[in-house]
Design a protein around this ligand. Structure first.
Ligand SMILES: Nc1ncnc2c1ncn2[C@@H]1O[C@H](COP(=O)(O)OP(=O)(O)OP(=O)(O)O)[C@@H](O)[C@H]1O
Ligand SMILES: [Mg+2]
Length: 396
């Protein structure tokens, strides 16, 4: 870089024609009773939990890293839940080992980036969104990784009308979410990092090691200011598609998110999320739903683990992942069925079709595995007769 290089700032108002994935952040009004994005189908974390975030920031007297909205301790409390001195209840967002979240938050306060790794549906995206919301108050500086993600989505693009009219200038440059995060000292997010082609991934190496993003066309650079860091997520099952280069991997601290350790933990996760999603869809809350949730979780866990809960019967595992995320959607669909076409109470017939769809993907082998499970396990189990009948009906 020549000595004449100037360090510039990025004008965040240039989003209108931003490259793929960049969009205007809708920042939460801190402390506002009604969350911003009131009519949004799915408000961002910082909007949905604006009151909790404001309460945490207000009562947090621990040291905050530069430009953080709260201390690392408060960020961990936001994710794991707790009760504040004034009695405000912080709901748990992540249910799992406390240490994992502590390591993740601490990483964000260092000069290393954070890589969340795990099998599908282990809350990688969910944790990344909530971390960004708590640390920077904005979870929208996001690049979605795909096989077609271009370098511009990570670096910057151009507004071609301005470029043609006035030549290359700061005005014609369209910053990527990562560039904006660097300039403003915020948290950037990259989803599904390993799906991005290897040469495009490598764009991140300079950003993460030099903390700078050169703009050769203008002889300038954007230097990351304090507070900038990056959270990437990657799926275990995609490994090998576009493996991370070891050079890039060294820039990350890797945190592996595990599957829920016990059935109780998984039931807890599913019922919490179903409750939240149900409220956003105006579905009635069903008091008796918990039995059906427990059943869905039991079926998923047994098939996933290849053995029944009592350890007596070995099972074959189907090709699908049967993740917690899928259990959540099976139950949510069941609740919608019960609300719109039943009496509002979640019953075996409301979840049977959803379970079948999750277990039997496209292969004939899955169907055989399901039938065997149905006849050998479900049929024999006390209190499962209704569920057995409902499954027989949809499997026919
Ligand atoms: N341990 C957990 N604690 C809280 N919520 C969880 C947990 N595990 C899964 N979930 C829920 O599962 C849903 C799916 O999670 P998410 O989309 O973040 O998974 P993912 O790991 O990114 O999956 P993928 O690899 O398919 O992208 C979220 O709604 C999240 O709330
Ligand atoms: Mg994800």
């Amino acid at each position: 870089m020549p000595a004449s290089v100037e360090t510039t700032t990025v004008d965040p108002s240039h989003n209108q024609s931003a490259p793929a994935n960049a969009h205007t952040p809708a920042r939460a009004e801190e402390g506002a009773g009604e969350p911003a994005g009131g009519e949004a189908l799915r408000p961002h974390a910082e909007q949905a939990f604006a009151a909790e975030l404001a309460a945490l920031a207000a009562q947090d007297d621990r040291t905050r890293p530069a430009r953080w909205k709260m201390s690392p301790w408060a960020v961990a409390t936001y994710l794991l839940g707790g009760t504040l001195p004034d009695g405000t209840i912080i709901t748990p967002k992540y249910v799992g080992p406390r240490r994992i979240i502590e390591v993740a938050v601490t990483t964000l306060a260092t000069d290393r980036a954070l890589l969340l790794l795990g099998v599908p549906g282990t809350a990688k995206t969910w944790v990344s969104e909530h971390l960004a919301a708590a640390v920077s108050g904005d979870s929208t500086l996001l690049v979605q990784g795909t096989a077609g993600t271009p370098e511009e989505a990570i670096r910057y693009g151009w507004n071609y009308a301005r470029l043609l009219a006035h030549g290359p200038s700061r005005d014609a440059l369209v910053p990527s979410p990562v560039m904006r995060a660097m300039a403003e000292g915020m948290t950037a997010r990259v989803e599904e990092l390993t799906r991005i082609p290897a040469d495009v991934q490598d764009t991140l190496i300079t950003i993460l090691s030099e903390k700078t993003l050169p703009i050769p066309e203008l002889g300038q650079e954007v230097q990351a200011v304090r507070g900038f860091n990056l959270i990437a997520t990657a799926n275990d099952r995609d490994r090998g598609v576009n493996d991370l280069s070891s050079a890039l991997r060294r820039r990350f601290n890797t945190v592996v998110l595990p599957l829920p350790e016990s059935a109780d933990a998984e039931v807890d996760i599913v019922s919490r999320r179903v409750d939240q999603i149900g409220r956003s869809l105006d579905l009635p809350t069903t008091p008796d739903g918990i039995d059906e949730i427990r059943r869905v979780v039991t079926v998923f866990r047994e098939l996933r683990d290849g053995v029944t809960t009592d350890g007596r019967t070995k099972l074959k595992s189907p090709s699908g992942t049967l993740s917690t995320a899928e259990a959540i959607s099976v139950v949510t669909n069941g609740l919608a069925l019960a609300a719109h076409f039943g009496d509002g109470v979640l019953r075996p017939s409301d979840v049977a079709a959803g379970i079948l769809g999750a277990v039997v993907r496209d292969s004939a082998a899955d169907r055989v595995i399901w039938q065997e499970y149905l006849e050998a396990v479900v049929r024999e189990r006390d209190g499962w007769t209704d569920f057995y009948r409902a499954c027989r009906e949809v499997s026919a």
